[in-house]
Design a protein around this ligand. Structure first.
Ligand code: BGC
Length: 512
């Protein structure tokens, strides 16, 4: 398989895809070596699954009453070339076939998101019965095969109607509308859904959406982003985050007050978490790594666990950082029953004091640090296999944030469609990656981390956030050139399946 290239745009995204944690590397141990499914707690105490999200797989973008989301608009703006999610994997029509693939694989759980604009096409108001029907059918199909649904409410795809009306997450009006959307979902699906995530990778969404402009809604201001036409990288990431936290907290309160006692589910929020390691042992780089931790993780985790933003952010961002009223702080604090952590890689942190010497700074400038690969370079291509980072993340989470239950909601390797079919299917680099991270996860659990599940990203190839249909993460390859969008099991799908069916982690490799 060819190694993936990376243009400047992709590099920018990869830099964003760099979050991590301080943690004591001394506590990090080697991955678990030879292990099997039976070394982890059995389901439902611990589940192994895989995930996707609505816009990335469903297609049927203009069918059955669905209206556009900001992701449709972003994709159609040409920023990802000619690709868009109008058809994607066509899972809207092929969900039964896909659930059957999940059954064949042996998945215990499946993570997916609900398209807000399919269920409430105007963002609020009348419910679209066909949208509700689709998700009911998917959930029932999963449950009839014993697969636990884990549902995300927001995965980068707020209805365009709300973006147009009041600027989406930039307005406090979103709190009421998000809560209403959540209410509809809890009411319609909550009798069968045990795990609700309000927001996917909230920290990356606000960085990409409002600082660099590389993700929907594509807002940024010069010189911080690329092709910025509207927005303010200086203030908007902070405003959007504040409204996201308040929306999450409001939906969580509603769930806990109105539904939890009878539906017995749990509610949480998901962020991207990277292993953070100082590039050198200088005290500057060590402090920079702590600052990056505060900016990337603490920005969300501190309010959710302690009720306020980290002190280092208050100091660096000043009055541009919104503050919580005592009532808001109380609402946000303790609103998560669990956290979703998406983990892909470790980043090496270098202090960058110069970025503080300018009066107008964006979020990344406020952080005053660079995130680099191990060799001190900007990260490109396939993710390095550096699984200790997952233990750093989980150790930090355990020590600093009280060891609430955690789901690793995304972990996976990026490969390229640009190869022969044999090479595409023979994804040994993905298997090596997954094996290493699953072993590291087992070690973290043995060290006391309260992890309740692990989900490979992604179940199948899909419309990728930063590279359209070119970069893929799937256990299943989807031939996007084929009008029927045929799915093919990759080597990694067989390997994961063998593990889920109770064989040793490497048994499939030894047999093939
Ligand atoms: C997102 C996914 C995306 C994946 C790989 C995460 O940022 O949640 O939607 O496909 O990373 O880029």
């Amino acid at each position: 398989m060819k190694r993936m290239g990376c243009n400047a745009y992709c590099v920018l995204i990869l830099v964003l895809h760099v979050v991590a944690l301080k943690g004591s590397p001394a506590l990090v141990q080697a991955a678990a070596g030879d292990f099997s499914r039976d070394d982890f707690p059995p389901p439902p105490r611990f589940v192994f699954g895989a995930g996707t999200s609505a816009y990335q797989v469903e297609g049927a973008a203009f069918e059955d009453g669905r209206s556009p989301s900001i992701w449709d608009t972003f994709a159609h703006s040409g920023r990802l070339g000619d690709d868009n999610g109008d058809i994607a994997c066509d899972m809207y029509h092929k969900y039964k076939e896909d659930v059957q693939l999940m059954v064949n694989t042996g998945l215990e759980a499946y993570r997916f998101s609900i398209s807000w604009s399919r269920v409430l096409p105007n963002g609020r108001g009348p419910v679209n019965p066909k949208g509700v029907h689709y998700y009911n059918s998917l959930i029932n199909e999963l449950l009839s095969h014993g697969i636990q649904p884990h549902v995300t409410l927001f995965h980068y795809d707020i209805p365009q109607a709300l973006e147009d009306e009041y600027g989406g997450w930039l307005s406090p009006k979103i709190v009421k509308d998000f809560t209403t959307f959540a209410d509809v979902c809890f009411r319609e699906f909550g009798d069968r859904v045990s795990h609700w995530t309000t927001m996917n990778e909230a920290n990356v969404f606000v960085m990409g959406g409002y600082d660099t402009g590389a993700f929907p809604p594509g807002r940024c201001s010069s010189p911080f982003g690329k092709n910025c036409t509207r927005g303010s990288s200086t203030t908007e990431p902070y405003i959007a985050t504040h409204n996201i936290l308040l929306s999450h907290a409001s939906a969580a309160r509603l769930y806990k007050e109105k539904y939890q006692a009878k539906q017995h589910g749990l509610i949480g929020l998901d962020i991207l978490a990277y292993g953070l390691v100082p590039l050198t042992n200088s005290s500057e780089d060590e402090k920079a790594a702590e600052r990056v931790h505060d900016f990337f993780h603490g920005w969300f985790l501190n309010p959710l666990v302690f009720g306020d933003y980290p002190e280092s952010m208050k100091k660096s961002v000043g009055p541009r950082l919104p503050s919580f009223t005592p009532l808001q702080s109380k609402l946000v604090k303790g609103s998560c029953d669990f956290f979703g952590l998406n983990h892909y890689r470790t980043m090496y942190i270098k202090d960058d004091p110069d970025s503080l010497n300018t009066n107008t700074r964006d979020y990344l400038g406020d952080m005053a640090a660079n995130m680099l690969s191990k060799q001190g370079q900007v990260p490109v291509g396939e993710f390095p296999i550096d699984p200790a980072g997952l233990q750093i993340v989980l150790e930090n989470f355990k020590e600093v944030y009280g060891n609430l239950p955690v789901f690793i909601y995304e972990n996976g390797q990026m490969t390229n469609h640009n190869a022969s079919l044999d090479a595409i299917l023979n994804d040994t680099s993905r298997v090596a990656y997954l094996e290493a991270f699953m072993g590291s996860l087992l070690q973290a659990i043995r060290n006391g981390s309260n992890v309740k599940g692990y989900f490979v990203w992604s179940f199948m190839d899909l419309f990728e956030l930063f590279d359209g249909l070119k970069a893929t993460f799937g256990l299943y390859y989807v031939d996007f050139e084929d009008p029927d969008l045929k799915r093919y099991a990759r080597f990694s799908a067989h390997w994961y399946s063998s593990f889920l069916k109770r064989r040793r982690i490497n048994q499939y490799l030894w047999d093939h």
